[in-house]
Design a protein. Structure first.
Length: 565
């Protein structure tokens, strides 16, 4: 089609930096646009989906859905744009959006006018669109329209610009091929500067009929869950068949007072499931006390579990109750039970058999009513054979074993777990990190998760701390330990970024060391960098953070990792 572009219009920068961000990976069935997964979709397929939206939702609702769909991809591209051309002028950095729009096969964009000042919130731009795929599809299926039709594209331009400006910016089509013009022409300015601002604002909100349908649907879903006999209590995230099965078993166990043994690898969340069991049963309003036997120093285990009388040993200056007493009427969760000494085991057996125990250094026998949930990732049968675990105790606690599956066997629960941890850490650290990139998600799905849910939790916590508000957590902030080429490359980039934002001799040396020792020594590099900065700042963490271009909490978090602060 004749796309003569008058020379007086702004020429966008060379597009090769964008081209090289697209990566086809047929081996895994993925196409990557930098860290976002994208796909090739036939325009006719999109056209028929678009048609169906118009037919089933009506024109106004369909416009809204298309606009918001465009909005999302515009926002995603804006995250990318912010990183791509850090040295360029605002105008050229902004051009990533229009250029991506063309590269992605949506529309050809020519800039007519461009004014942008993020600080004052000023924005005004005019573009000419040629070869709009959306107008093409609209004309093919619905014929000429009375009003502009490129709603998805308008959403993209609005989402992209709003994300970069950090205020709502709306584009409008003043000419459109879909209504018989020679080209589409769009104008963008902050929402509040449009006369019909109230009307346009509705485009952003999900308060449309379609959304209402979705929310009704999810309400029905919720109601179904409420009346269903298995209620996954909110602390458990899991749609996977293996977790559903575990919850059914837990519910059965909860109805009785039987001793339960939770089995499973480290980090699978045995304590969480024990808590759920407690909450489901008749003791739910009584205490739920937990003890990790591996975390207690050997000499103190008995005192911790059974309490101690004043003067029982040096240092026992007051009498105090042990965990069994504190759990009276409720549930005691004994984690890592395989770590208990044989002495402690025999006392435990006595409580389980007779509900009786003595505090350390006491002559009085006390009575207690406690339900026991034990847990271990050790092979107790083997310990029994080795003579390290009492066989009678083993039979007493192993009446009702429940195996919690490892995370790699319930990968479908990862997105839900990520949401839960994001909520938790966003609120703990007063942050607003919006999610993780598709690339992380795909790497998470391919990962074996030796540390299970706890490992995922730690990664998300780290990601929330290292990521800016309303950004997505990227691979280089969380995938340090995952051995793939991509990660190593991103470590180098990350290291480079740290150095370029830092400057200064100590940091340059650290970077040199890092390069010499190879990508495996990122931690070492990071430590050197932090140490150097801290030294230069004479121990002042805030000052060190400023010199590294980080926020003080980010810096403190990293320093803590190396016991520097
Ligand atoms: Zn148009």
């Amino acid at each position: 089609m004749g796309s003569q572009i008058p020379e007086e219009f702004h020429q966008f920068p060379d597009i090769s930096d964008l081209r090289s961000s697209v990566r086809f990976d047929a081996g895994t069935g993925c196409i990557w646009l930098e860290q976002q997964r994208v796909m090739l979709l036939h325009t006719t397929a999109f056209g028929s989906l678009r048609d169906e939206l118009f037919r089933s939702l009506g024109t106004e609702n369909a416009k809204g859905v298309l606009f918001r769909m465009g909005l999302k991809s515009g926002e995603a591209d804006a995250h990318f744009a912010r990183r791509l051309r850090p040295q360029a002028s605002d105008e050229d950095a902004f051009a990533v959006g229009p250029q991506l729009h063309a590269l992605e096969g949506i529309v050809h964009v020519t800039q007519v006018q461009f004014e942008m000042d993020i600080a004052s919130g000023h924005y005004f731009a005019e573009y000419i669109w040629q070869n709009s795929f959306e107008a093409e599809q609209h004309l093919a299926s619905q014929g000429l329209s009375k009003t502009p039709v490129c709603w998805h594209q308008i959403g993209y331009a609005s989402g992209y610009t709003s994300e970069l400006m950090k205020v709502p910016v709306v584009f409008k089509e003043v000419e459109c091929i879909g209504k018989g013009d020679d080209q589409c022409r769009i104008i963008g300015k902050p929402l509040k500067e449009w006369e019909e601002a109230e009307e346009l604002k509705k485009l952003f909100s999900q308060d449309s009929m379609a959304e209402e349908l979705y929310s009704l649907q999810s309400e029905v879903q919720n109601l179904r869950e409420i009346i269903s006999p298995v209620i996954p209590p909110e602390s458990i995230v899991g749609q996977s068949p293996s977790i559903t099965e575990v919850l059914i078993i837990i519910e059965k166990a909860a109805k009785t007072d039987v001793n339960v043994l939770m089995l499973g690898e480290t980090g699978v969340g045995k304590e969480t499931f024990a808590g759920v069991l407690h909450k489901m049963g008749p003791r739910r309003d009584d205490p739920f006390i937990t003890v990790n036997c591996a975390a207690l120093p050997e000499g103190l285990v008995e005192a911790e579990l059974f309490g101690v009388e004043k003067g029982a040993y040096t240092g026992a200056e007051v009498s105090r109750a042990g965990r069994f007493e504190r759990a009276h009427g409720g549930t005691l969760f004994l984690d890592e039970i395989g770590e208990l000494s044989l002495d402690a085991q025999s006392k435990l057996l006595r409580v389980l058999q007779h509900g009786e125990f003595d505090r350390v250094g006491d002559t009085r026998t006390r009575k207690v009513d406690v339900r026991l949930i034990a847990a271990t990732n050790a092979n107790l049968e083997e310990l029994v054979q080795l003579g390290k675990f009492r066989v009678d105790l083993y039979y007493r606690i192993n009446i009702f074993p429940i195996v919690i599956p490892p995370l790699r066997e319930r990968l479908e629960d990862i997105p839900g777990l990520i949401r839960k941890f994001l909520d938790r850490f966003n609120s703990r650290y007063g942050r607003n990190v919006s999610g993780v990139t598709d690339k992380i998600m795909s790497r998470f799905r391919a990962y074996q998760w030796p540390g299970n849910v706890r490992e995922l939790e730690n990664l998300i916590e780290r990601g929330v701390i290292l990521t800016e508000d309303s950004e997505l957590i990227e691979t280089d902030s969380v995938c340090m330990g995952m051995p793939t080429e991509d990660v190593d490359a991103s470590r180098v980039t990350r290291a480079g970024e740290l150095v370029s934002s830092a400057g200064g001799g100590a940091k340059k040396n650290a970077f040199q060391l890092f390069i010499e020792q190879g990508v495996g020594s990122f931690d070492h590099f990071e430590k050197n960098l932090l140490e150097g900065a801290l030294q230069e700042a004479e121990g002042n963490v805030n000052k060190a953070a400023r010199s590294l271009g980080m926020s003080a909490p980010q810096c403190r978090y990293r320093m803590k990792k190396f016991n520097l602060a």
